[in-house]
Design a protein around this ligand. Structure first.
Ligand SMILES: C[C@@](CO)(OP(=O)(O)O)[C@H](O)COP(=O)(O)OP(=O)(O)OC[C@H]1O[C@@H](n2ccc(N)nc2=O)[C@H](O)[C@@H]1O
Ligand SMILES: Nc1ncnc2c1ncn2[C@@H]1O[C@H](COP(=O)(O)OP(=O)(O)O)[C@@H](O)[C@H]1O
Length: 254
């Protein structure tokens, strides 16, 4: 029982409004087929939920464990993880704007739903996922490309060719909360409904041919103001994913 847990990039990320102390987004999420963690369930009798992998946080903070706590109300789930351990081979860098933790949470949700026959719908799984992280719903639906809005809970499939995305992650750990805070204090702006509707209708390649790194991602300038070293890595033709620190480009091959 092994599944791939892919990374994502944000082709564009525009702030569309505020919801309490969160920001509403208008963003195109695209799966990075060449970059993924691997999640396996391995048969082994254990007394407690066991998660093995190279994480920077303890079990309680792990997104996969948070999903387990949500699902253990189903008695079959608690029983299942007395007979299986979870092993994650991490390849997606953390604090990278690639959604690694959120991807793991979503794939784990889908795997438990399948192997424990919970028969939950994608929408029901997504509802559970949004409690764990804003990017989890995108990964629950398993789309290659999607238009994402709200605080990440509105996910609409976008039909386009599968893209060959190249990612570069400098060793700069970007703090998402800090970046949103600086955005709100110094860079606040909102995209109109009309403009986001226009962007959502364009292919990812068309969008990137009309944007530069700053106009494509509202979080780039606040990130730069906190982590000036990012500028050194901002090469021509490359864009910034999420709250960073990753840069990406679409290879012309596809
Ligand atoms: C920025 C995005 C874009 O895809 O991705 P990443 O950069 O993480 O990949 C996501 O919205 C990251 O969502 P999520 O993964 O839930 O963010 P977290 O790190 O949990 O949030 C840290 C803090 O950032 C702020 N935050 C987060 C998401 C959001 N839509 N608005 C916010 O204002 C909140 O203050 C939150 O407490
Ligand atoms: N399964 C997980 N994989 C990676 N990071 C995780 C996981 N669970 C919790 N985290 C925590 O989430 C943060 C990194 O989240 P991640 O989604 O990898 O980065 P980003 O959102 O910037 O792409 C770190 O604080 C990390 O300790």
């Amino acid at each position: 029982m092994t599944e791939k847990s892919y990374a994502k990039v944000n082709i564009f990320l525009k702030i569309a409004g505020l919801r309490g102390n969160y920001h509403e987004l208008a963003s195109r999420f695209v799966k990075v087929h060449s970059l993924y963690d691997t999640i396996s369930f391995e048969k082994e009798k254990v007394d407690n939920f066991t998660l093995i992998g190279n994480f920077s946080c303890n079990l309680e903070k792990n997104t996969v464990y948070k999903v387990y706590l949500e699902l253990k109300k189903f008695s079959c789930v608690e029983e299942f993880f007395k007979n299986y351990i979870v092993r994650i081979d991490k390849k997606i860098p953390e604090f990278a704007g690639l959604g690694g933790g959120s991807s793991n949470a979503a794939v784990f949700l889908n795997m438990v739903n399948n192997y424990c026959n919970l028969a939950l719908s994608k929408d029901e799984l997504s509802k559970i996922g949004e409690k764990i992280g804003a990017d989890v719903p995108f990964f629950v639906y398993e789309y290659d490309s999607a238009n994402v809005s709200g605080i990440g809970e509105i996910v609409e499939k976008f039909d386009e060719d599968i893209l060959d995305i190249e990612v570069f992650t400098p060793r700069i750990e970007c703090n998402t909360g800090e970046i949103f805070k600086i955005f709100r204090e110094k860079f606040y702006k909102e995209i109109s409904q009309e403009d986001s509707k226009k962007l959502f209708s364009l292919s990812s390649k068309e969008i990137l041919s009309n944007f530069d790194i700053k106009s494509a991602n509202d979080l780039y300038e606040p990130a730069l103001s906190l982590y000036s070293n990012l500028e050194k890595f901002a090469q021509k033709g490359w864009f910034f994913s999420g709250s960073g620190s990753s840069f990406f480009r679409i290879n012309n091959g596809k």
